[in-house]
Design a protein. Structure first.
Length: 151
Protein backbone atom coordinates (compact mmCIF):
# COMPACT_ATOMS: atom_id res chain seq x y z
CA UNK A 1 0.00 0.00 0.00
CA UNK A 2 1.27 3.45 -0.87
CA UNK A 3 2.08 5.37 2.30
CA UNK A 4 1.69 8.73 0.54
CA UNK A 5 -2.04 8.05 0.18
CA UNK A 6 -2.25 7.32 3.88
CA UNK A 7 -0.62 10.62 4.81
CA UNK A 8 -2.58 12.59 2.23
CA UNK A 9 -5.95 10.91 1.65
CA UNK A 10 -7.11 13.77 -0.59
CA UNK A 11 -4.07 13.32 -2.81
CA UNK A 12 -0.73 15.08 -2.73
CA UNK A 13 -0.68 18.60 -1.29
CA UNK A 14 -1.12 21.58 -3.59
CA UNK A 15 2.08 22.76 -5.20
CA UNK A 16 3.60 26.05 -4.11
CA UNK A 17 2.77 27.51 -7.49
CA UNK A 18 2.15 26.18 -10.92
CA UNK A 19 3.17 27.59 -14.23
CA UNK A 20 -0.33 28.88 -15.02
CA UNK A 21 -1.01 30.27 -11.54
CA UNK A 22 1.89 32.67 -11.28
CA UNK A 23 0.72 35.14 -13.97
CA UNK A 24 -2.80 35.25 -12.50
CA UNK A 25 -1.55 36.00 -8.99
CA UNK A 26 0.97 38.59 -10.22
CA UNK A 27 -1.68 40.25 -12.37
CA UNK A 28 -4.05 40.50 -9.40
CA UNK A 29 -1.30 42.03 -7.26
CA UNK A 30 -0.28 44.47 -10.01
CA UNK A 31 -3.85 45.60 -10.68
CA UNK A 32 -4.57 46.00 -6.96
CA UNK A 33 -1.38 48.01 -6.48
CA UNK A 34 -2.28 50.21 -9.46
CA UNK A 35 -5.82 50.82 -8.16
CA UNK A 36 -4.36 51.93 -4.82
CA UNK A 37 -1.33 53.83 -6.15
CA UNK A 38 -2.67 55.83 -9.08
CA UNK A 39 -5.15 58.03 -7.13
CA UNK A 40 -2.66 58.34 -4.27
CA UNK A 41 0.19 59.38 -6.55
CA UNK A 42 -1.97 61.67 -8.69
CA UNK A 43 -2.95 63.95 -5.82
CA UNK A 44 -0.65 66.77 -4.78
CA UNK A 45 1.57 66.54 -1.72
CA UNK A 46 -0.34 69.35 -0.01
CA UNK A 47 -3.63 67.44 -0.27
CA UNK A 48 -2.28 64.18 1.20
CA UNK A 49 0.16 65.69 3.67
CA UNK A 50 -1.94 65.18 6.78
CA UNK A 51 -3.91 62.02 6.09
CA UNK A 52 -1.62 60.12 3.70
CA UNK A 53 -2.99 56.82 2.45
CA UNK A 54 -5.91 57.15 4.88
CA UNK A 55 -7.40 59.84 2.62
CA UNK A 56 -8.51 57.10 0.22
CA UNK A 57 -9.24 54.60 2.98
CA UNK A 58 -12.35 53.00 1.46
CA UNK A 59 -10.73 52.73 -1.98
CA UNK A 60 -7.73 50.97 -0.44
CA UNK A 61 -9.93 48.62 1.60
CA UNK A 62 -12.19 47.75 -1.34
CA UNK A 63 -9.29 47.19 -3.72
CA UNK A 64 -7.54 44.90 -1.24
CA UNK A 65 -10.68 42.83 -0.59
CA UNK A 66 -11.41 42.45 -4.32
CA UNK A 67 -7.78 41.73 -5.22
CA UNK A 68 -7.45 39.14 -2.47
CA UNK A 69 -10.64 37.37 -3.51
CA UNK A 70 -9.51 37.25 -7.14
CA UNK A 71 -5.94 36.20 -6.36
CA UNK A 72 -6.93 33.53 -3.83
CA UNK A 73 -9.85 32.03 -5.71
CA UNK A 74 -8.31 31.87 -9.18
CA UNK A 75 -5.01 30.28 -8.22
CA UNK A 76 -3.98 26.99 -6.68
CA UNK A 77 -0.91 28.55 -5.11
CA UNK A 78 -0.48 28.27 -1.39
CA UNK A 79 -2.73 30.79 0.26
CA UNK A 80 0.06 32.20 2.44
CA UNK A 81 2.09 33.12 -0.63
CA UNK A 82 -0.85 34.90 -2.21
CA UNK A 83 -1.70 36.74 1.01
CA UNK A 84 1.94 37.76 1.42
CA UNK A 85 1.93 39.19 -2.09
CA UNK A 86 -1.28 41.09 -1.37
CA UNK A 87 0.29 42.59 1.77
CA UNK A 88 2.88 44.23 -0.49
CA UNK A 89 0.33 46.28 -2.48
CA UNK A 90 -0.23 49.17 -0.07
CA UNK A 91 3.43 49.53 1.07
CA UNK A 92 4.50 49.65 -2.59
CA UNK A 93 2.09 52.54 -3.18
CA UNK A 94 3.37 54.36 -0.10
CA UNK A 95 7.04 53.77 -0.94
CA UNK A 96 6.49 55.06 -4.47
CA UNK A 97 4.97 58.23 -3.08
CA UNK A 98 7.81 58.62 -0.57
CA UNK A 99 10.46 58.22 -3.29
CA UNK A 100 8.85 60.79 -5.59
CA UNK A 101 8.19 63.33 -2.84
CA UNK A 102 11.64 63.07 -1.25
CA UNK A 103 13.25 63.56 -4.65
CA UNK A 104 11.58 66.98 -4.80
CA UNK A 105 11.89 67.83 -1.08
CA UNK A 106 14.16 65.63 1.09
CA UNK A 107 12.44 66.73 4.31
CA UNK A 108 8.89 65.86 3.19
CA UNK A 109 8.74 62.29 4.57
CA UNK A 110 10.89 62.24 7.69
CA UNK A 111 8.80 59.45 9.24
CA UNK A 112 8.46 57.26 6.17
CA UNK A 113 9.02 53.99 8.09
CA UNK A 114 5.89 54.76 10.12
CA UNK A 115 3.99 55.40 6.89
CA UNK A 116 4.97 51.96 5.62
CA UNK A 117 4.06 50.30 8.93
CA UNK A 118 0.64 52.01 8.89
CA UNK A 119 0.15 50.87 5.29
CA UNK A 120 0.74 47.27 6.37
CA UNK A 121 -1.55 47.64 9.38
CA UNK A 122 -4.47 48.98 7.35
CA UNK A 123 -3.99 46.08 4.92
CA UNK A 124 -4.63 43.38 7.54
CA UNK A 125 -8.45 43.55 7.88
CA UNK A 126 -9.37 43.71 4.17
CA UNK A 127 -6.94 40.95 3.23
CA UNK A 128 -8.38 38.79 6.02
CA UNK A 129 -11.93 39.46 4.80
CA UNK A 130 -10.91 38.70 1.22
CA UNK A 131 -9.30 35.43 2.29
CA UNK A 132 -12.44 34.42 4.20
CA UNK A 133 -14.59 35.17 1.14
CA UNK A 134 -12.24 33.25 -1.17
CA UNK A 135 -11.90 30.19 1.09
CA UNK A 136 -15.16 28.47 0.03
CA UNK A 137 -14.41 29.31 -3.60
CA UNK A 138 -11.01 27.62 -3.29
CA UNK A 139 -12.61 24.57 -1.68
CA UNK A 140 -15.19 24.33 -4.45
CA UNK A 141 -12.50 24.53 -7.14
CA UNK A 142 -10.36 21.81 -5.55
CA UNK A 143 -10.19 18.73 -7.80
CA UNK A 144 -11.85 15.57 -6.55
CA UNK A 145 -9.35 13.11 -5.15
CA UNK A 146 -8.65 9.94 -7.08
CA UNK A 147 -8.66 7.06 -4.65
CA UNK A 148 -7.12 3.75 -5.63
CA UNK A 149 -9.61 0.90 -6.12
CA UNK A 150 -10.31 -1.18 -3.06
CA UNK A 151 -8.90 -4.73 -3.14
Amino acid sequence: MDTDLIRHPAGPPESASTESDLPVALLAVAVTTAVIAVPYWASSYASVRDDGIFGSFFLVQGALVAGTVVACSLTRSRIWLVLGAMFACTPIAVLGRVLVDTAADPTSHNLWPLEVILAVIISVPPIGVGALIAWPIRLARRPTPMYPPLP
